[in-house]
Each structure stands twice: as structure tokens, then as C-alpha cells.
Design a protein around this ligand. Structure first.
Ligand code: ADP
Ligand code: MG
Length: 244
């Protein structure tokens, strides 16, 4: 398979504490990789290190065969790695449509973006993003009146609006109802038609719904890797994670 993101022997330290102790991760084009593991395993730190937000002490991150280790976050975002954080980071007082508009590439701040005349191309782009996150009917709704789950989808839409090659999602279903969680799974599966997606998740039903390949992190190291069945039947995984 065609690898687009490659993490090799990655080590991250915080004041002498080794949060990542040599993690490897390969992501192919349009693949969904799910990362699971107990709290504190280093999952968020791994995504932070990929996007330049945690300093890499050793090892490297390659994106489309370029070494991007410790490059500034804005540069990594511009190159095509999009990241959604655990809590929705949306503009509550603006509409769903305006939130997506602001996230488009080449957007110049809130006032200029909202008052400027919209090109047909931008309008099409926003419409296609709204369709993908299932919020077409809420285009004109203020984000503050959406459910928590819908806000998470708006933020996924803001990532999609930037046309990333790889999308990193940190616990995208946190705080969602079971129905919203299922819908999120379908959104992510559809995303993999155009993007590679790396998802941190702990809900095993959701993992089964979306997962093609699972990586299990534990205490800053890769404990196991494989299909849902392989990982669930791995005695090491059962011991430290599933058998809690
Ligand atoms: P996970 O996302 O798997 O729950 P994290 O990646 O958030 O775990 O954290 C891994 C370990 O690194 C934890 O012990 C956490 O306390 C520590 N850690 C994460 N970020 C920082 C930071 N900025 N400063 C110090 N320690 C951190
Ligand atoms: Mg985390």
C-alpha cells in the first residue's frame, strides 16, 4: 500500500517523563487507522507530535516522504494534515455555514470572510462539506443551539473544509448519544473515500463499526496492532486494556 504518513521510533518527553517511548505508525492513503489504549497511554501525545505540537526528542515523522519532524504546526496543517481536538472548537455565535466558511483555505478572518461576496466555488465547497457532515438542513442555524454531537460534526466539517490528505480525530464521539456515535462512524467511513483518517477512540462498538486496522498504545509503546479480532484476542491487550 501507498504510505502517506510514517512515524518511526517516535519519542516524546515532558520534563524527563517519557510519554512516548519509540512508537511506529504507518498510515496508507485513504486508510482508517484506529488508536486505542488506556488513559495516559500517549494517544493524544502521538497526534500532538505528528502535528508539531509536542516536541519530538527522538525518531521522526514523514508525510508524503518529507521529514516534517518538529516543523511548526501551521506549516504541517498547510501541508495537508488536519486535526480535530477532543473538545469542539467552534464559533458558537455564528451559523453552521459561517463556521465552515471561516475554515476554508484562504479565509481572512471573521469579518472579511462573512462580508465578502461568496464565489460560486466557495458556496459549492461549503455545501459539499455540509452534506458530508449531515448538516445541510442546519446551514443557517447558530452553532450555540446545536447539540453537542452536532457541534462535533461542525468541527469535523471545519477540518474537511481545508482539504487535508490526512485527518486526525481525537475521541470524536466523546459525549455523544449512541445514535450520534453511529452517525459519526458513517461520516468517518465516508471520509475515507478521499482522506486517510486516524481516530483515537475507546468505544469498542464504534471501533468495530469503523476500524480497518487498530493500533493499541500502552504506557507510551505499541502493545499490539491488527484487525479487531486480532487485537481483541491478543492476551497482552486483554490483560492491560480490554480486561479492565
Ligand atoms: P492519552 O491521550 O492516551 O490518554 P496523553 O497522550 O494525553 O494520553 O498523555 C500521555 C502521558 O503524558 C500522560 O501521563 C500525561 O500526563 C503526559 N502528558 C501529556 N501531555 C503533557 C504535557 N504537556 N506536559 C506534561 N505531561 C504531559
Ligand atoms: Mg487523550
Amino acid at each position: 500500500m501507498n504510505q502517506i504518513l510514517s512515524v518511526k521510533d517516535l519519542q516524546v518527553e515532558f520534563f524527563g517523563f517519557k510519554a512516548l517511548k519509540g512508537v511506529n505508525l504507518e498510515v496508507a492513503d485513504r486508510e482508517i487507522v484506529t488508536i486505542i489504549g488506556p488513559n495516559g497511554a500517549g494517544k493524544s501525545t502521538l497526534l500532538d507530535a505528528i502535528v508539531g505540537k509536542s516536541p519530538v526528542a527522538h525518531g521522526h515523522v514523514e508525510f508524503q516522504e518529507k521529514n516534517i519532524t518538529n516543523h511548526p504546526p501551521h506549516e504541517i496543517a498547510r501541508m495537508g494534515i488536519g486535526r480535530k481536538f477532543q473538545n469542539p472548537n467552534v464559533y458558537n455565535e455564528l451559523t453552521v455555514f459561517e463556521n465552515i466558511l471561516l475554515a476554508l483555505k484562504g479565509s481572512h478572518g471573521i469579518f472579511a470572510s462573512i462580508t465578502a461576496k461568496l464565489t460560486t466555488m466557495k458556496r459549492h465547497k461549503i455545501t459539499s462539506v455540509l452534506e458530508r457532515i449531515g448538516l445541510m438542513d442546519d446551514a443557517g442555524t447558530k452553532v450555540s443551539s446545536l447539540s453537542h454531537g452536532q457541534k462535533q460534526w461542525v468541527e469535523i466539517g471545519m477540518v474537511l473544509a481545508q482539504d487535508p490528505t490526512v485527518i486526525l480525530l481525537d475521541e470524536p464521539t466523546a459525549g455523544m448519544t449512541p445514535e450520534e456515535t453511529h452517525t459519526t462512524g458513517e461520516i468517518i467511513k465516508a471520509m475515507s473515500e478521499f482522506h486517510a483518517v486516524v481516530v483515537i477512540e475507546h468505544d469498542m462498538e464504534f471501533v468495530k463499526q469503523i476500524a480497518q486496522r487498530i493500533v493499541v498504545l500502552h504506557q507510551g509503546q505499541t502493545l499490539a496492532e491488527g484487525s479487531v479480532e486480532e487485537v481483541q484476542n491478543n492476551p497482552k491487550v486483554v490483560e492491560v486494556y480490554l480486561g479492565r
